[in-house]
Write a protein that binds this ligand. Structure first.
Ligand code: GLN
Ligand code: ZN
Length: 742
């Protein structure tokens, strides 16, 4: 009998109940007890939705982030946070969001748009087991079902994800860490855990010799666990690491069975151990082809009996909760979709088919069939995208804009007030007329422009009041995308996105941003940056059709956006930013695939940007600072200015830029917008001085880390005032107040 299980669930709730509760708690509108009540209800409803499975996951739920939870379990919150008064929850949220002391760094969880709070390590790190959260949730889960499987971030992945003080290797903490895992496993066994899921997605990356060694050491040490361990891998192929995995003394292995290596692994994996096959895609929203799973794995199921488990490829955290909440999707599209609940149902159908024969599910399989998909179009010839060399463009642009050295700008959005959100909502639901809506957005743009003029910023933005979400907004204006009402996916903490569904061919039926940007430009003599989301980011933040290569879909988006870029230029917009916030996160973890991906990404970006005159300045923005191994591709994008996140994590960033001799201009983010904290002039000047050691002042800009939409005006105005002052000081320091840059 094949068994079914799940690796993890969406946490936020079908109606984002967790978001509402968290934000109310942070504003002190509800108590800790109220927050915990909501969390308990959400967990229970998740487990109930999974009760047809053979094993329930426990501990996948989190109030903010499961990696941060693991840090709590291991007593490894940063010391600056642990010394704060106010109890465990206050410390937890301070580590997540900052407050009296800076937050932990945030980084993307492997190739997803989910962000973790990076664990911090140093030579003196001492761990201390704090199992109360897991134990409490395990007890809760067992009221729903006896068979439960706590989920832990495995020790090697946990250490590898962390950041450490210079020169210190977190992996050297392994001997200190393993006894805590051992102790925890004993405890979980005593609490009735049937299995423990050890998440080690690191195994889908190329490993260093040290990391390989660490896996041996860790799982040898944990082999005495009284509860069997399911070594859980996802987000790619094991490839050469399978040989390592094969030697580890674990009771079971989970693999992404949609990878081409899966059949080979199945043929080799010992029959007396559990093999969990990720047969349902945890990263996309299309129905599984059940018959092909049956065909592919039928033999394995009969050979392995109850040692064959069926699961999603990865946690369902990365897909929305329930397609049945949707009322407005085109019917033929809706019939092709499976969100988390539907994916769980697919698992139970598959198990039934394996265990009781295809006849037992004939009707259900019939009802589950997807309608035929339309055939993809023939490809069209591509326009040219070669611009003149940067040095030539720089001369023209310097003449045109006459900006000071270290010009100041922002990344695009300004605070999204409750009023603005209300306006958009009422307009979308038809309660507000087009003209009233336009009036309201124009008023907001005018407000943003005059604030920026008062602040003395050099390059202005219109503020993005018309956009709830940078990808959804463009998807809505382009043909080929569909939108859900409740298809929320967690991005970080209480932040969720509703990825569009790219299901057809992409076309731009009309200009998208031109009216807003030109209106903003009409209000000021300073340059206003046009603001677009780039093709790679739109692709990576959408659920993408699988009936044609992703690269082809990306190219279609690029061509549509190119038309927008050219229309902006024609309308007199001289600086255009094409955000590629998500360029890196779509990159496969394996180098060879990563290279092909980057080549395609560069191609699509240049297709979008490359049609403009040399005196038009192209900016791009990226939400991270780790450019190791991709800086040559970033340089190949050939944007005139690259703005990046650096305020929280400068680290090895400048080493990469120095080593590579990055050729174009850079705007290092000096204001950490993920935190309500107002940065001081000194700390921003100091960041700029570091930048100035790597790049000449003629190629440096001053800006926040990212867009300001999640902040309040009351935080943004003082922060930007300080930022403009920091720019003045750095100009004075470099004795260059009067010269001109780009
Ligand atoms: N232009 C966008 C904004 O300012 C960029 C957001 C992002 O990079 N995530 O909101
Ligand atoms: Zn950003």
């Amino acid at each position: 009998m094949a068994l079914t299980h799940n690796l993890g669930s969406p946490r936020i709730g079908g109606h984002r109940e967790l978001k509402t509760a968290l934000e109310a708690y942070w504003k002190k509108e509800i108590s800790q007890q109220d927050l915990e009540q909501t969390a308990t209800e959400l967990r229970l409803s998740q487990w109930q939705a999974q009760s047809a499975l053979d094993l329930l996951p426990v501990g996948d739920f989190s109030l903010y982030d499961h990696v941060l939870d693991m840090s709590v379990t291991l007593g490894n919150l940063p010391e600056r946070v642990r010394s704060l008064p106010g109890g465990e929850l206050t410390q937890y949220f301070t580590a997540a969001r900052g407050g009296e002391v800076p937050a932990g760094e945030m980084t993307k969880w492997f190739t997803t748009n989910y962000h973790i709070i990076v664990p911090e390590f140093h030579e003196g790190t001492q761990f201390q087991l704090n199992p109360s959260r897991l134990v409490q949730q395990l007890r809760e889960a067992r009221t729903v079902k006896g068979q439960v499987k706590p989920v832990l971030v495995g020790p090697v992945t946990y250490l590898a994800l962390g950041k450490a003080t210079a020169g210190f290797a977190p992996l050297s903490l392994l001997p200190r860490l393993l006894p805590l895992y051992q102790e925890l496993l004993v405890l979980l066994a005593a609490e009735g855990a049937s299995w423990v899921q050890m998440d080690e997605p690191l195994l889908c990356q190329e490993l260093s010799a040290l990391q390989t060694q660490a896996f041996h050491q860790a799982y040898q040490a944990l082999s005495s666990s009284p509860v069997p361990l399911l070594l859980t891998t996802y987000f790619g192929r094991l490839a050469e690491n399978y040989a390592l995995v094969r030697k580890l003394p674990v009771a079971g292995l989970h693999i992404d069975a949609q990878q081409d290596e899966a059949q080979k692994i199945e043929a080799d994996w010992p029959l007396d151990k559990v093999l969990s096959l990720g047969v349902v895609n945890g990263r996309n929203i299309w129905k599984t082809n059940l018959k092909s799973v049956i065909n592919q794995w039928g033999n394995a199921a009969s050979r392995r009996g109850d040692r064959l488990w069926l699961a999603p490829t990865c946690s369902l955290l990365h897909v929305p909760l329930d397609v049945n909440l949707e009322t407005a999707l085109p019917k033929d599209l809706k019939q092709r979709l499976a969100f988390a609940h539907q994916k769980l149902h697919e698992l139970t159908l598959l198990a039934k088919a394996f265990n009781h024969g295809l006849d037992s599910v004939a009707d259900e399989f019939e009802a589950h069939q997807s309608p035929e998909r339309p055939t993809p179009p023939a490809s069209t010839p591509l326009p040219n995208y070669q611009r003149a060399p940067f040095e030539q463009r720089q001369v023209l642009q310097r003449e045109r804009f006459r900006l000071p050295l270290y010009p100041t700008t922002t990344i695009g959005s300004f605070p999204q007030t409750a009023e603005i959100r209300r306006v958009r909502r009422s307009w979308k639901s038809g309660k507000l007329s087009d003209s009233a809506y336009h009036e309201a957005i124009r008023a907001e743009i005018a407000h943003a422009i005059s604030r920026q003029e008062e602040l003395g910023l050099d390059v202005l933005v219109h503020g993005e009041a018309e956009r709830g979400d940078m990808v959804e907004y463009f998807g809505e204006q382009l043909e080929g995308f569909a939108f859900t009402e409740f298809g929320w996916v967690q991005s970080y903490g209480s932040r969720c996105v509703k990825p569009p569904i790219l299901y057809g061919d992409v076309r731009r039926p009309h200009p998208i941003t031109v009216p807003w940007i030109t209106y903003a430009q009409s209000l000021t003599d300073k340059p206003v940056k046009g603001m677009l989301t780039g093709p790679v980011t739109i692709l990576n933040w959408s659920f993408v059709r699988e009936d044609q290569p992703r690269a082809l879909s990306c190219q279609q988006i690029a061509l549509a956006l190119r038309e927008e870029v050219l229309d902006l230029e024609k309308a007199g917009i001289a600086i255009i930013q094409i955000d590629e916030a998500a360029l890196k996160e779509g990159m496969p973890l394996r180098p060879a695939e990563g290279k092909a991906y980057l080549a395609e990404a560069v191609h699509c970006f240049r297709l979008t940007a490359g049609g403009v005159c040399d005196s038009t300045q192209i900016h791009t923005h990226m939400c991270y600072s780790d450019f190791r191994g991709i800086l040559d591709a970033i340089a190949d994008l050939d944007a005139d200015v690259l703005t990046i996140e650096t305020a929280k994590s400068g680290g090895n960033l400048w080493d990469s830029f120095r080593a590579f001799a990055y050729p174009n201009a850079v705007g290092p983010g000096v204001y950490d917008i993920h935190s309500p904290r107002i940065p001081s002039v000194d700390e921003m000047v100091s960041l700029l001085r570091t930048a100035g050691e790597v790049l000449p002042p003629q190629r440096l800009w001053v800006n926040p880390d990212c867009g300001l939409k999640t902040r309040q005006w009351s935080e943004v105005l003082p922060s930007l005032t300080q930022m403009v002052e920091a720019a003045r000081q750095i100009r004075r320091l470099s004795g260059a107040e009067t010269s001109h840059v780009i």
